[in-house]
Design a protein around this ligand. Sequence first.
Ligand SMILES: NC(=O)c1ccc[n+]([C@@H]2O[C@H](COP(=O)([O-])OP(=O)(O)OC[C@H]3O[C@@H](n4cnc5c(N)ncnc54)[C@H](O)[C@@H]3O)[C@@H](O)[C@H]2O)c1
Length: 272
Amino acid sequence: MMKTSTTSEYYRDKVAIVTGGASGIGLALAETMLSYGAKQVILADFNDKNLKRETERLNAAYAGKVLGLYCDVTKEEDVRGMIGKAAEFGGRIDILFNNAGGGFGGYFDKQTNEDWEKAFALNFYGALYGIRAVLPIMRKQGGGHIVDIISGIAFSPMPYQTMYSATKAALNGLTLALRYELWDENIRVTSATPGTTITAIWKGVKPPPGAQSAEQSAQTILAGVAKNERLVLGDQGDISGAKNCFHPDAAAGNDDYFLNVARRRRSGEMVV
Ligand SMILES: NC(=O)c1ccc[n+]([C@@H]2O[C@H](COP(=O)([O-])OP(=O)(O)OC[C@H]3O[C@@H](n4cnc5c(N)ncnc54)[C@H](O)[C@@H]3O)[C@@H](O)[C@H]2O)c1
């Protein structure tokens, strides 16, 4: 068994990449790791403006420790190039957070194959490309940690979010299966849900009451990752979803709940 350590110790002197690191939960993961004493953090994002601003801001506080790299995670050559540059910058890559992702809501009937391909390109293949590119580096250095940011929707599939549900469930499946393929090579693999978090992902929709800050989500994720948890659950809603969603005793209750969500959403209400 690999040893666990207290949260901040786990990140001290580590080199970490965060995809989608220029905003929201990714940015909070990066900033919190720096506050825990990380050696270097690489923000990888395709939003140039946010990337430049946040890299400058973090470098002002943690001089020379932060590198911002343009990367569209839906393009494998971008991801490979970004991981190569990050390894040159840091000398190694201890942790990769595959965090870039999008919400993808809407009516199944209106979604085309192209829409589905775009959703899988971002929420599934983006992470797969990251894993594939970082593995040779982690193997060579004798270990590392890959963290895939999923969502509670991976095990509580929601009506009118079929693409988000399917892509995040697929990523969770990849992550948890791979964990045991890589375990004996000292490469840790963790799936993590942030919990309902106030970020730009909500795109003008008001996050529900009780939604937490990106900093809170980042702290919970980082604590679970430091303990090498299999599945880090970001809030109480995700804990209850993970416990109940496929439990036979909860089946009737789940039908009532999700049917009610479907009907309310169909009538135009944004229930979460
Ligand atoms: N906010 C929530 O309530 C919530 C809940 C569950 C899961 N999540 C997951 O957390 C992760 C982070 O989301 P967030 O809430 O911080 O959203 P966010 O919109 O604030 O951040 C997402 C970041 O990903 C970047 N990005 C998008 N497409 C990209 C691409 N093709 N290549 C590179 N970067 C790209 C964006 O530019 C942005 O900086 C996502 O995977 C999301 O699905 C969020």
